[in-house]
Write a protein that binds this ligand. Structure first.
Ligand SMILES: Cc1ncc(COP(=O)(O)O)c(C=O)c1O
Length: 374
C-alpha cells in the first residue's frame, strides 16, 4: 500500500530520541509550562526569524488568540480565502468577526489584485493562507495592509520552513500561526500549535490570552506573591511539556525533511510535465515547502479510483470551498460569482503521496500508474 501520508517510518527513525525525551519530562516533574516549552518557544520562533514565540493547543486557537489580541471581533470583517481548511474560518468566527472571501490566483493563493475590492470601513484584518506549503505574495499584502490600516495574521499551518523572498513564513505579518497537527510538515504526535510575532506588546497580550487572561499578582497582605489573577477574558490553550520536548527532538531535521519534499516534488514535476495533468506552480519568489503536492485533472474521480485499485491512496484538499458549506454560506450572497477560480479548482484538484519517507521506488510506482490512467 502507498499512503498519501505516513508517519510510521519517521517514528522508527526517531523512536529512541522521542521516547527518551518523553521519559525525561515525566521524570522531571513539570508537565505544563516548564523548561521544554521555554526552549522550544525560543528555538521554533528563531527558526522562523521571529523574536517571540508562544506554544498553544492548535492553530485554530492560535488564529483566534491573535485576532482577540488585536482587538478584532464583533462588527469587524476579516478577509481570507475559501479554498482553505475549515479551521481558518472557524478561528475568525470564534473571535466574533465576519469573513469575506477573496478568490485565488494560479498558485491557489489569495489573489492580491482582488483584495481591495472587499475592503470597507469594517475590514480590520487579512488572514493570508500560505496553502499547500507556499507563501502568499506578502509584499503586495503588506502594502495593502499599510494603506488600509489592516492587521495581517499569516496562516502558516501548512508552511513551516517555507520562504518568500528569503523571509520565513510567520515573520512578515503582525502574527504567524502554525499547526503541529500530525499530518503537517512539522507534525506532533497529537495536537499542537504555535504563534510567532516580532511585536513585544502583542506577544505579552497573546501569552496572557492563551492562559485564561491571567497574570501573577501580589495579594494586598504582601503575602502569596504570584497568585493568578484574570486581567481580561482569555482561553486555555497550551502546548504541554511532552510535546515541546518531542518537537525539540524533531526540529533539527526540519530543513532536511523540507529538502526531501522538494526533491519528491521536482521528480513529479519532471516526470509528469508532458502529460495532461495540471501541476502545482511554484511562485518565483518562493521556496515551496510542499506540505502537499496538488495536481488538477477534470476526471479526478476516475484517476483516484483507478489508483486506489492499485492500493495507491490520494487525498483532496479540499473538495468543498468553505463559502458553499452550510455553516458559512451566509458570508456570501446566494448569487456570488466572485469566487470562480476557487470553485473551479475544488472540482478537479487532488494530491499525490508526499512525505519525506516516501521511497523513490514508491514514487516511481505512483508516477507509472498515474501516467497510465491519464
Ligand atoms: C490552513 C490551515 N489553517 C488552520 C488549520 C488548523 O490547525 P489545527 O488543526 O492545529 O487547529 C489547519 C489544519 O488543518 C490548516 O490546514
Amino acid at each position: 500500500m502507498i499512503k498519501v501520508w505516513d508517519y510510521l517510518k519517521e517514528y522508527e527513525l526517531l523512536r529512541d530520541d522521542i521516547l527518551n525525551a518523553v521519559d525525561d519530562v515525566f521524570k522531571n516533574g513539570t508537565l505544563i509550562f516548564g523548561p521544554k516549552l521555554d526552549e522550544f518557544e525560543t528555538k521554533f520562533s528563531s527558526y522562523h526569524d521571529s523574536k517571540y514565540g508562544i506554544g498553544v493547543g492548535n492553530c485554530t486557537d492560535a488564529i483566534t488568540i491573535a485576532l482577540k489580541a488585536l482587538d478584532i471581533g464583533p462588527g469587524d470583517e476579516v478577509l481570507t480565502t475559501s479554498n482553505t481548511a475549515v479551521p481558518t474560518v472557524t478561528a475568525i468566527v470564534n473571535a466574533g468577526a465576519s469573513v469575506k472571501f477573496v478568490d485565488i490566483n494560479k498558485y491557489s493563493l489569495i489573489d492580491v489584485t482582488k483584495i481591495e475590492n472587499f475592503i470597507n470601513n469594517k475590514t480590520k484584518a487579512i488572514v493570508p493562507v500560505h496553502l499547500y506549503g507556499q507563501m502568499c505574495e506578502m509584499d503586495e499584502i503588506m502594502n495593502i495592509a499599510k494603506k488600509n490600516k489592516l492587521k495581517i495574521i499569516e496562516d502558516c499551518a501548512q508552511s513551516h520552513g517555507a520562504t518568500y523572498k528569503n523571509k520565513k513564513a510567520g515573520s512578515i505579518g503582525d502574527v504567524g500561526c502554525f499547526s503541529f497537527y500530525p499530518t503537517k510538515i512539522f507534525g506532533a504526535y497529537g495536537d499542537g500549535g504555535f504563534i510567532t510575532t516580532n511585536d513585544e506588546k502583542l506577544y505579552d497580550r497573546m501569552k496572557r490570552i492563551r492562559f485564561l487572561g491571567m497574570e501573577k499578582k501580589k495579594m494586598s497582605s504582601g503575602h502569596w506573591n504570584g497568585k493568578y489573577y484574570a486581567v481580561e477574558h482569555g482561553t486555555n490553550s497550551r502546548l504541554d511539556e511532552v510535546h515541546a520536548a518531542i518537537m525539540l527532538k524533531k526540529l533539527p531535521y526540519l530543513n532536511e525533511w523540507i529538502d526531501r519534499r522538494r526533491e519528491i516534488a521536482n521528480r513529479y514535476n519532471r516526470e509528469l510535465k508532458d502529460f495532461e495533468i495540471e501541476l502545482p506552480i511554484e511562485h518565483p519568489d518562493n521556496k515551496h515547502a510542499y506540505y502537499i503536492y496538488v495536481v488538477s485533472h477534470p476526471e479526478r474521480e476516475r484517476i483516484m479510483s483507478g489508483l486506489l485499485k492499485k492500493d495507491i491512496h490520494l487525498n483532496i484538499s479540499y473538495p468543498w470551498p468553505i463559502h458553499i458549506m452550510d455553516a458559512y454560506k451566509h458570508f456570501v450572497c446566494s448569487s456570488c460569482t466572485c469566487l470562480k477560480k476557487t470553485e473551479e479548482n475544488s472540482k478537479k484538484i487532488f494530491s499525490l503521496p508526499m512525505y519525506p519517507t516516501l521511497t523513490d521506488e514508491e514514487q516511481g510506482i505512483v508516477i507509472k500508474e498515474l501516467k497510465q490512467l491519464i
